[in-house]
Design a protein around this ligand. Structure first.
Ligand code: F0G
Length: 353
């Protein structure tokens, strides 16, 4: 049977009543790729897999939650959705709203979102408002607006988003035939770590897996409120997707960390860029900068973890590298300019006689 998208694949576990209301772009079922060059930096006998969420229809994991949230909105008779976003949520909301024939309003931080994401929201016909403030300011506004106006909020404070996103944990367990021992991922608004933990605990309670992984979440050092223990007023990081100072799912992220015996740590922008480039150069995987936070966190904490032979690690790579080509170009050696002559090209290739 062809893949039906996450709501239909896990219909009995998601809050959609009627199949007729499902709004899907056939998201989910993303590859879990073994990454030996990452494992080589971790330790012998440890296997590392990356879940390529950038291969969802709009290029990020947000599509899992968005199919659930927009389907539920349709079921409720809603005709418009709204979100605040660092980019990916707005791209996904705009696409699913377009598919559903709904209006979409997105509030994004002025000037601080990757161009690929902005182009998506614009192309899908959303009303895009650039707020003179950061994500946290935009989220406060959309929560208020959705409370007083006929628009459905599709940020992850909408529980249907978390429900949809938990399906990634189910897929990981199905692919591995068990749960991993550790799960590394970036943390921004903290919805995704909450959702994975929900998925793992649901399946453990049903006896489908025996153990749940330690949840290892990583924030950018300039936007690490959970690590620091207080909201960050002016979050800063090159990983604009996770440039968030006061995550909505703060408490549930801490619960995921504590119940799983995991960690929420932070990585510097330099560590994040190093992992971003390493994945591209050594594994052939181009993710967006924020996505590399989990892998950077793995590299950082690996020496202090108590590894056992056969330990399995999953890292979620949350978004596609093409979302933010400006950053990729900024951190890479620039192409050499050569004249259109054989000798010049060969010399530049190192084949000079
Ligand atoms: N990675 C990427 C690529 C993201 O876009 C986000 C969040 C995260 C990680 C963090 O996930 O918020 O569930 O902890 N992006 C949101 C957005 C905030 O508006 O697109 P989280």
């Amino acid at each position: 049977m062809p893949w039906p998208g996450v709501v239909r694949a896990f219909f009995d576990r998601l809050p959609i009543e009627n199949d007729r209301n499902v709004v899907t772009l056939l998201e989910g079922n993303t590859p879990l790729v073994e990454t030996p060059a990452v494992a080589a930096r971790v330790g012998t006998g440890v296997r590392v897999f990356c879940k390529l969420e950038g291969l969802n229809p709009t290029g990020s994991f947000k599509d899992r939650g968005m199919t659930a949230a927009v389907s539920a909105a349709k079921e409720e008779g809603s005709t418009a959705v709204i979100c605040a976003s660092t980019g990916n949520t707005s791209a996904s909301a705009a696409a699913y709203a377009a598919k559903a024939g709904m209006r979409c309003y997105v509030l994004i931080p002025d000037g601080k979102i990757a161009l690929g994401k902005l182009s998506q929201a614009m192309m899908h016909g959303a009303t895009v408002l650039q707020v003179e403030g950061n994500f946290d300011d935009a989220l406060r506004l959309v929560v208020d607006i959705s409370g007083t106006h006929p628009v459905t909020l599709v940020n992850s404070v909408n529980p249907n988003r978390i429900q949809g996103q938990k399906t990634a944990a189910f897929e990981v367990c199905e692919d591995l035939g068990r749960a991993p021992d550790y799960h590394f991922l970036p943390v921004g608004n903290a919805g995704n770590i909450t959702a994975y933990w929900l998925g793992y605990t649901e399946w453990r309670e049903e006896g489908r897996i025996q153990n749940a992984p330690r949840m290892m979440g990583f924030q950018a050092a300039g936007a690490a409120p959970i690590v620091r223990g207080y909201p960050v007023e002016n979050p800063e990081t090159i990983a604009t997707a996770i440039r968030i100072g006061c995550p909505a799912s703060w408490k549930s992220a801490e619960a995921a960390r504590d119940e799983s015996g995991g960690t929420i740590g932070m990585v510097s922008d330099d560590e994040l860029v190093e992992a971003y480039r390493y994945l591209a150069a050594k594994e052939g995987i181009f993710c967006e900068p924020a996505s590399a936070a989990g892998v950077a966190g793995l590299f950082k904490t690996a020496p202090s973890l108590d590894w056992k032979e056969g330990d399995t690690v999953v890292c979620t790579l949350t978004g596609h590298g093409l979302k933010d080509p400006d950053r990729a170009i900024a951190v890479s050696p620039q192409p050499a300019k050569v004249s259109a002559e054989m000798s010049a090209v060969l010399a530049a290739m190192g084949f000079a006689s």
